[in-house]
Design a binder for this molecule. Structure first.
Ligand code: SF4
Length: 437
């Protein structure tokens, strides 16, 4: 696959004639945040004539503005002084802790327990959906600079979610019959060898787990390594596994991460999509809206048109999460809303299925429906698409308009309210086992 990662990115032949400061910035920033690319990204996706402004380069390569200036200066100083690995590592770990490694309280609130013990590697936030983080899937074919799962890729104790034993998943699902959807995530679960993935998937096809109707796979393999479905030694086996799940009556949803229409242009991705769809999977596509990569309406419109032309369903346009290199990629909600509306207005009905802009926050998935003036107050109209409490779903609520706010916690309730309705409302704990049948 030809992986290059971390400081070695600065040595790629394509950067040989780049400004030395660019190469130094790569070394500094990759000391703190994880970066890796493969030869498909380098050879087939990045247009090197457009670097450093090429959107896929911006998506996958370090840039000094991804870190606060004081962090860049400190790490650079240590590297120039020839500081010990331990010193550099301690400074990098300290910087990582400042970058909110687990947004949305992923570690604190979402990890369930069974018989009084935490089930590491699972998250159960919404009643019907359990997320699975298989230990062997905690990496990706290449990394996105805006990754909200970046903490999975750095070797820091206490920052990883990982499930080693499929039996823990099966045991949990047997006792939680309210769960209809299992989402394999990571990293990227499709970096796993098929025989490892099979150990997690096949037990879910047991008739005793018929309440699990949908298997979702969150993946960027179609963008970063479509050969996973074409020429990898176990590609056929992967497609057989998917076909078997479909034949066992499960809906198989590939939640594909496409950030830019460039990722749809190669022959390999078209062929990979065809194979997945022939196996019976439905491919839905999602990505965050981020500066330097896709922060304009024409890009999203082109992406959605391209997806529908390849029989994929546009699903979510996310707001960049409050983690990692957020300041570099973030787009204020007001601008994201305008981009979403302009993009939707320029495509046909079938290409308008993506919901957005959506924030995946600790209380739930919140969409910004629009901005409006009510009784002389300019407000954002917001709505839960998913909530820790399902009675919140669909309920509109309002926040004072703020053209700089970029996340829910930067918004203030409208109309003089002191807090949003959900703040002191009842939460539900899905981690209670269902009653015996
Ligand atoms: S594909 Fe997803 S998990 Fe992997 S680096 Fe990109 S955003 Fe992170």
């Amino acid at each position: 696959m030809g992986i290059t990662s971390g400081a070695r990115l600065a040595e790629l032949p394509q950067l040989r004639n780049a400004d030395p400061a660019v190469r130094e910035d790569i070394r500094v920033v990759s000391t703190v945040l994880p970066f890796r690319v493969n030869r498909y990204v380098v050879d087939e996706l990045i247009d090197w004539d457009q670097v450093p402004d090429d959107p896929i380069y911006r998506l996958t390569f370090p840039h000094r503005d991804m870190l606060p200036e004081h962090v860049v200066n400190r790490i650079r100083r240590l590297l120039l002084q020839g500081a010990s690995r331990g010193e550099v590592r301690a400074a990098a770990d300290e910087a990582r802790r400042l970058l909110n490694p687990h947004p949305g309280e992923q570690l604190g609130r979402n990890v369930p327990t069974l018989d009084g013990r935490m089930v590491d590697g699972l998250q159960h936030k919404y009643r019907e959906t359990v997320l699975v983080f298989p230990a062997a899937g905690q990496t990706c074919h290449a990394y996105c600079g805006y990754c909200f799962r970046w903490a999975q890729f750095v070797d820091m104790p206490g920052l990883r979610l990982q499930l080693r034993n499929p039996a823990a998943l099966v045991g949990y699902l047997r006792r939680h019959r309210q769960v209809s959807d299992v989402l394999f995530t990571g990293g990227d679960p499709l970096v796993m060898a098929t025989h490892v993935l099979r150990r997690f998937v096949e037990p879910l096809l047991d008739p005793q787990l018929e309440h699990v109707r949908t298997l979702r796979f969150g993946t960027k393999a179609l963008s970063f390594w479509p050969y996973r479905f074409l020429t990898d030694p176990d590609a056929d086996d992967l497609l057989d596994l998917i076909e078997g799940a479909v034949q066992a009556g499960r809906h198989v949803a590939v939640m594909a991460h496409f950030s830019h229409p460039r990722e749809l242009e190669t022959r390999a991705v078209a062929a990979a999509l065809r194979r997945l769809q022939d196996a019976g999977a439905v491919v839905r596509a999602q990505a965050p809206l981020v500066n330097h990569v896709n922060a304009d309406a024409a890009t999203w419109a082109e992406l959605w048109r391209g997806l529908v032309a390849l029989s994929c369903v546009p699903y979510y346009l996310f707001v960049e999460r409050d983690t990692g290199a957020k300041a570099y990629f973030q787009v204020p909600l007001a601008r994201a809303l305008q981009i979403y509306r302009d993009a939707v207005a320029s495509v046909s009905g079938l290409e308008r299925t993506a919901r957005g802009p959506v924030m995946s926050t600790s209380p739930g998935k919140v969409v910004v429906d629009g901005e409006v003036t009510i009784y002389d107050e300019r407000v954002f109209a917001l709505r839960f698409l998913q909530g820790r409490n399902p009675t919140w779903v669909g309920k509109p609520f309002y926040a004072a308009y703020d053209d700089q706010a970029a996340w829910l916690d930067e918004l203030k309730p409208a109309f003089g309210a002191t807090e949003f309705f959900f703040v002191s409302d009842r939460m539900q704990d899905w981690r209670q086992p269902s009653p015996p049948e």
